[in-house]
Ligand binder design. Structure first.
Ligand code: HPA
Length: 273
């Protein structure tokens, strides 16, 4: 049963961290890799050591859970996240978030790379996620046997991204002189990028950015009553009329350019909870 697996993973982490009790969770997606350097680390646990954590792809042999203190808050960070396109089930993708809740997490910060759909955006912009579209998911992390201790059967998605945190992020960005956009993120399963026709329809549906992560974790976190904040870095523009061939180098360069601003913003927000 899912609750048993969560309990086993949680007990293991508590036993290996001196019962460290984090209240803030961070998924270090694209753009937030450098935030690790800001953490006063108490414990690092490789994913493969944790019961029921998925590990099988090459990339995830370096996946680690990092427990420590950031801006005066006790945090648990995922260095390396699971994506659906890697072949994991949505249950596996979101399992660490369920464990975070069991460890004591009340607030979750998530970052990602996304394609820009809003023509006013440009590459390397930061976008505060104000809402999302999950309709294109081919599998849903909330389906299956309902376990009431994990949240509602029909969880509301009225405000999955905490409005107070969005307001604080805008104010903090202003103080730090960081320009931020705000918009709707649409989740696609990937791994291929979109065709021109697909970018066009996603924009027509009301999305400002498109990507392959974050929404599963946010849905699960919100179901469990965790307050969430999401930040995208726009790594390429999905404007049909001027679409260019995707280049991994360009995407990484765009994310790297935005990394200092992203790191500063999340660090300040964590300190101001
Ligand atoms: N589409 C989907 N996912 C992405 C993109 C994109 O254009 N850019 C970065 N992640």
């Amino acid at each position: 049963m899912l609750t048993h697996k969560i309990a086993e993973a949680t007990t293991f982490i508590q036993e290996h961290s001196g019962s460290f009790c984090p209240t803030v969770g961070i998924i270090l997606g694209t753009g937030l890799g450098a935030l690790v350097d800001e953490i006063d680390i108490a414990q690092v646990i490789p994913y493969e050591a944790i019961p029921h954590f998925a590990t099988s792809t090459v990339e995830f042999h370096k996946g680690k859970l990092i427990l420590g203190t950031l801006s005066g808050q006790k945090v648990v960070c995922m260095q390396g996240r699971f994506h659906y396109y890697e072949g994991y089930t949505m249950q596996q993708v979101t399992f660490p978030v369920r464990v975070m809740k069991a460890l004591g997490v009340e607030t979750l910060f998530v970052s990602n790379a996304a394609g820009g759909l809003n023509p006013q955006f440009k590459v390397s912009d930061l976008m505060i996620i104000e809402d999302h579209i999950s309709l294109f998911m081919t599998e849903n992390p909330l389906t299956g046997t309902h376990e009431p201790s994990l949240g509602d059967r029909f969880p509301d998605m009225c405000d999955p991204y905490n409005l107070e945190l969005i307001g604080k992020a805008q104010a903090t960005a202003r103080q730090l002189g960081i320009a931020v956009q705000k918009g709707v993120y649409v989740h696609v399963p990937g791994p291929q990028l979109e065709t021109r026709a697909e970018y066009r329809i996603l924009r027509q549906l009301g999305a400002d950015a498109v990507g392959m992560s974050t929404v599963p974790e946010i849905m699960v976190a919100h179901q469990m009553g965790i307050q969430c904040f999401g930040l995208s870095v726009i790594t390429d523009m999905g404007i049909p009329e001027i679409l260019e061939k995707a280049s991994l180098e360009k995407i990484i360069a765009a994310a790297t350019k935005a990394e200092p601003a992203m790191t500063a913003l999340i660090k300040a927000l964590v300190g101001n909870l």
